[in-house]
Design a protein around this ligand. Structure first.
Ligand code: BDR
Ligand code: CA
Length: 313
């Protein structure tokens, strides 16, 4: 039985690749819906981009919802400097024709969890955690019904990418991240410590293009665009590839290693707001609320990605 997931996302080139990886893996994963959240760019663009990606994949029956247009307490911080003005610059994808669902994304998440058997839906989060936290606040009864949250977010050994202390997804809505990490839902984090190991080197990008399908070409164009900023910033041979690690973890958990430990979110300090304070060495007695991944097998990850993207149109 494939694992049922809801993808909560702000696409985003790397989000797009994650969505494609999930859709290309129907034996293991059933994507119930894609829910957009404000993050990399504004909500309107993110919801539009999600629909473009579904059309690219040919999986046009997966519904797309729009969730929250801003974080719970703060002004929205965006990342056009990485993703471009549309959030998905690079490939020339047609404007989508599949509809945006009229129900609010938060209400969809609540309804989906309340109407399914408890423990059967996994939430995969690729952006700020606003929608998930808002759903937990609006209907706390969902908390015990979520099978697992698998999120791209946070950093400890690699520290920050949007500030010296904070990773982007957590920084944009730290209050939401705090609600989610205190909820008690089993949570796996794929932080920058992992994603910085998954570098999209020229050889890896060329291999994706060489798949010869339209998806491979689009992914090549997406990542060629979004990596520009990071290549200059880090000076590495390839840029980090973040969000697809969430789906790769579902498909091949043994590509990753880490440990259960406490992760707490800094919400007060001006200097370090959004920091994921990770008790990796268990120096506190705090509850081990996160399965924190520290390392990943980049060769295995890209081999999986190529194998799966080759299945799409
Ligand atoms: C995260 O921030 C976004 O820009 C990416 O899509 C990813 O989800 C990495 O910090
Ligand atoms: Ca993202």
């Amino acid at each position: 039985m494939p694992r049922k997931i809801i993808i909560d996302t702000d696409p985003g080139q790397d989000d797009a690749v994650a969505i494609l990886l999930a859709l290309a893996s129907p034996d293991e994963i059933e994507v119930l819906a894609v829910v957009a959240v404000a993050g990399n760019v504004g909500l309107h663009h993110n919801a539009n981009n999600a629909r473009k990606v579904l059309e690219l994949s040919g999986h046009t029956s997966v519904p797309v919802y729009a969730g929250c247009a801003r974080p719970m307490r703060r002004q929205l911080v965006t990342a056009e400097h990485v993703h471009g003005d549309t959030g998905l610059n690079g490939p020339d994808l047609p404007e989508p024709s599949i509809p945006l669902q009229t129900q609010h994304g938060v209400d969809y998440i609540i309804d989906a969890l309340m109407s399914a058997e408890p423990g059967t839906i996994t939430l995969c989060t690729l952006g700020p955690l606003t929608n998930i936290a808002m759903a937990m606040v609006k209907q706390p009864a969902i908390i015990g019904r979520i099978a697992e949250i698998v999120m791209m977010g946070g950093a400890y050994f690699e520290v920050g990418n949007i500030t010296p202390a904070a990773e982007f997804n957590i920084y944009v809505d730290p209050e939401a991240a705090d609600v989610v990490l205190r909820s008690g839902v089993p949570t796996t984090m794929l932080p920058l410590d992992v994603t910085h190991q998954m570098q999209s080197t020229p050889a890896r990008l060329d291999a994706i293009r060489a798949l010869g399908n339209r998806t491979g070409e689009a992914v090549y164009q997406m990542l060629s665009f979004s990596q520009e900023f990071d290549l200059e910033k880090y000076g590495w041979e390839g840029a980090p590839l973040h969000d697809p690690t969430v789906i790769a973890y579902l498909l091949r958990p043994h590509l990753f290693e880490g440990r259960h430990c406490n992760v707490s979110i800094e919400t007060d300090s001006e200097l370090t707001v959004g920091m994921t304070v990770t008790d990796y060495w268990h120096v506190t007695g705090k509850v081990r609320n996160v399965n924190y991944m520290r390392n990943g097998d980049a060769e295995g990850f890209y081999a999986l990605l190529n194998e799966r993207l080759a299945r799409l149109p």
